[in-house]
Design a protein around this ligand. Structure first.
Ligand code: 0CN
Ligand code: SF4
Length: 310
């Protein structure tokens, strides 16, 4: 049995930045910190933060006035931000800059009265936040999740129409949706640079490469993590037996019976220690070698807000 690690895998720049913001804020303010929604979608990170004076809330109304609030990496709507300002909260914005980019695109369309078609998953916090940047009463933003949804859309003026997307979608599925959108609306325009982020793109390409040499793939990440779920979907689509796990504790020996090459990857919100634990466990039960695939080197980093530099 041999272990092959996907490259890149795990933390992206947006997740690293969000975690640094909270860690620095805890040191700086030495007070309870409220986080609107899970900072990033990983059970272990959330549990760790809960032990350190962090309280997670879904509604701003659950936070006492004048407290400190961190907006999660997935971003919030304009209304949520306004509510926080009204409550005189100290706001630390851990929204990934690549989500903020999409917020700006949508807000700009709203201001110009351009009707927008947004491709994303209903009820995902990033989608709720992004849709909440379109507030033109005379125009509209439509959410679509699949090609099937395109049929239901009718627009006022198909020459004043654009589309944007969630950052963590499947590249292939999204390309197909956009192709169909363009068939129905030939004049539709899209973002200058695509909205699916670099980390999503690189991790999806890496699992495709990994699938070429693996007999089973483990995708490490939490069940509510969109980018992780896309990796699992892609792994399964290749026909390779793919299992999404939160940690090594979920691994069943029967899954790996007679499997020579075990591929491992991790979503953008899954810490590397979870990968290490899986490797250690597999070594304990017989893995002989461990290799990392060659892959795209990620050099992108995002600064944390200046007032939190300690
Ligand atoms: O798992 P995440 O916290 O979020 P989604 O993949 O569900 O959007 O990863 C960080 C990504 C962002 C924003
Ligand atoms: Fe930002 Fe992409 Fe990471 Fe989400 S997955 S936090 S959009 S870099």
């Amino acid at each position: 049995m041999h272990i092959v690690l996907a490259n890149p895998r795990g933390f992206c720049a947006g997740v690293k930045r969000a975690i640094s913001i909270v860690e620095n804020a805890l040191k700086f303010y030495k007070k309870v910190i409220y986080i609107k929604h899970e900072l990033v979608h990983n059970k272990y990170i959330i549990e760790k933060l809960r032990k350190k004076k962090v309280i997670f809330v879904e509604k701003i109304s659950d936070i006492p006035n004048y407290s400190i609030v961190v907006f999660s990496a997935h971003g919030v709507s304009k209304k949520t931000k306004e509510e926080a300002i009204k409550k005189k909260l100290i706001i630390l914005n851990a929204t990934c800059p690549l989500v903020t980019k999409v917020h700006k695109e949508v807000e700009n369309s709203s201001k110009k009265g351009i009707e927008t078609i947004f491709i994303g998953h209903k009820n995902h916090p990033e989608v709720i936040g992004t849709l909440g940047h379109y507030n033109n009463k005379d125009s509209k933003i439509h959410l679509i999740q699949s090609i099937k949804d395109i049929k239901k859309i009718s627009v006022k003026n198909n020459r004043k129409l654009n589309y944007f997307t969630q950052t963590t979608l499947s590249i292939k599925n999204t390309q197909n949706i956009i192709k169909s959108l363009k068939k129905k609306f030939p004049y539709i325009s899209g973002p200058k640079k695509e909205d699916i982020c670099y980390a999503t793109t690189n991790r999806q390409n890496a699992i495709l490469k990994l699938s070429k040499i693996s007999n089973i793939i483990f995708v490490i990440g939490s069940k509510n993590s969109s980018n992780t779920n896309r990796l699992t979907e892609i792994g399964k689509e290749t026909g390779i037996y793919t299992k999404q796990i939160e940690s090594f504790l979920e691994i069943k020996k029967k899954w790996i019976k007679n499997k020579k090459y075990i591929g491992i990857t991790a979503g953008a919100s899954a810490p590397e220690f979870l990968v290490k634990q899986v490797v250690k466990y597999l070594q304990k039960i017989g893995a002989i070698t461990i290799k990392e695939m060659p892959g795209t080197k990620e050099e992108i980093t995002f600064n944390i807000p200046k007032n939190l530099f300690l």
